[in-house]
Design a protein around this ligand. Structure first.
Ligand SMILES: Nc1ncnc2c1ncn2[C@@H]1O[C@H](COP(=O)(O)OP(=O)(O)OP(=O)(O)O)[C@@H](O)[C@H]1O
Ligand SMILES: [Mg+2]
Length: 380
């Protein structure tokens, strides 16, 4: 016959079971604090998440897990106070591991009452860094995708406009030429000449728009980007002006890329002129050509493939964050009327994407700007 269970043994069993449960949990740090925040118990989850063994933390204050600035601002004690007064404190915040690295913690602190007296706190911490990073990655991907869709839509619109504009200009130029054959001199001939010049400017504009809309006829050839930069070194230095030093860091033995050389030179010239304008008091432009395995960040599903990247970096005024998503749009300019038409980076964008590559912009206001053009390395 079985013995009736003794209540004390049951209680012992229950607390043992509870201890077993807490000590089996490795995804959550579950531990108790006394009323001052001194750590009284520890579990394997605490060790896994924060890196400390039980004997390293028991008896020390839980504020050691907080960032120094949060600890100095009294956040740990404030959280205990909130838990005691409001019955619970729920918080997400950055914490420190033993090795000094940071993790994003989801924290719940519950007060423990005994006969109406506060005797300590139960604290449960979860490491949600990975979830946070995944969310960040997703948001970045989403923003890249939106940006790519926006550029695609503007590109289509621009391409349509540029084509129509071109057709109209062709008619205007043909008619002017016909009139020109009949009127050789006098005031009318001068008017024809003025109209012709305007039509030529219009044609240049529509060519730039065609480039942005990826409708320009390119003549790609096998190019070594380092050699191409050496060839136009003098032109680039001259365009940068006397106050700016142009430094070249060109990797040897680069794989070839397939690009239109004239468009490539125009793109680098556009970048150098932008950098020069961003450094009115002088500075340094660094032009780099290097091979790397990368992929278009707007197309995250792609595997990294061999590319050759040409970058132009300056230590100028940088681009405000709000403008960074817009600088490749045609006609976006922050320069005074007559100083810029806002088509430079559009040419860079159109030429690079039409060549199968992608541009990458990174800029820190007050520190500088780097625009890299990455082209797929051609095989063979
Ligand atoms: N290196 C840079 N540093 C700071 N701002 C830049 C830089 N490059 C581009 N920008 C910003 O991006 C805008 C657009 O550049 P983009 O080259 O397309 O046109 P623009 O230089 O204004 O005119 P254009 O090139 O047609 O003469 C510039 O007006 C400027 O605000
Ligand atoms: Mg420009």
């Amino acid at each position: 016959m079985s013995q009736p269970s003794c209540p004390k043994a049951a209680l012992n069993d229950e607390s043992r079971q509870f201890a077993l449960l807490v000590n089996s949990v490795t995804d959550y740090a579950i531990y108790m604090l006394d009323t001052r925040g001194m750590i009284r118990t520890w579990n394997p989850g605490g060790q896994r998440i924060k890196g400390y063994r039980a004997d390293e933390v028991i008896g020390t204050n839980f504020s050691r897990f907080y960032l120094p600035e949060d600890a100095a601002a009294g956040v740990p004690q404030r959280n205990l106070h909130t838990a005691a007064v409001e019955g619970r404190c729920i918080e997400e915040g950055w914490r420190l591991r033993q090795d000094g690295s940071r993790f994003l913690a989801s924290v719940v602190i519950d007060p423990i009452w005994d006969d109406g007296e506060l005797i300590g706190f139960a604290k449960v911490t979860r490491d949600i860094t990975e979830r946070h990073r995944a969310q960040e990655r997703y948001q970045k991907l989403q923003a890249n995708l939106l940006q790519a869709q926006k550029m695609e839509a503007i590109g289509k619109l621009t391409l349509g406009l540029a084509h129509d504009f071109n057709n109209l200009l062709t008619i205007i130029v043909n008619c002017l030429e016909l009139i020109g054959t009949r009127v050789k001199d006098g005031a009318v001939a001068k008017l024809i000449e003025t109209a012709m010049r305007a039509a030529e400017r219009g044609a240049l504009l529509s060519r730039q728009l065609l480039t942005f809309g990826r409708g320009q006829t390119l003549s790609p050839e096998r190019v070594n980007l380092a050699d191409a930069m050496r060839e136009c070194q003098e032109l680039l230095q001259r365009s940068a002006g006397d106050r700016v030093t142009v430094v070249f860091a060109l990797q040897d033995k680069l794989p070839h890329v397939s690009v239109d050389k004239a468009q490539l030179e125009a793109a680098v010239l556009n970048l150098v002129c932008n950098s020069r304008d961003a450094m009115p008091n002088g500075g340094t432009i660094t032009i780099t050509a290097s091979a790397k395995k990368t992929h278009d960040p707007a197309a995250d599903a792609q595997a990294a493939a061999p590319h050759v990247c040409l970058s132009v970096e300056d230590d100028g005024e940088g681009i405000p964050l709000a403008d960074q998503a817009r600088v490749f749009e045609p006609f976006f300019t922050t320069k005074a009327v007559g100083r810029g038409s806002g088509l430079g980076l559009s040419q860079v964008f159109g030429f690079t994407t039409q060549s199968g590559g992608f541009p990458q912009l990174s800029s820190v206001p007050g520190q500088g700007t780097r625009v890299a053009l990455c082209f797929p390395a051609s095989e063979g």
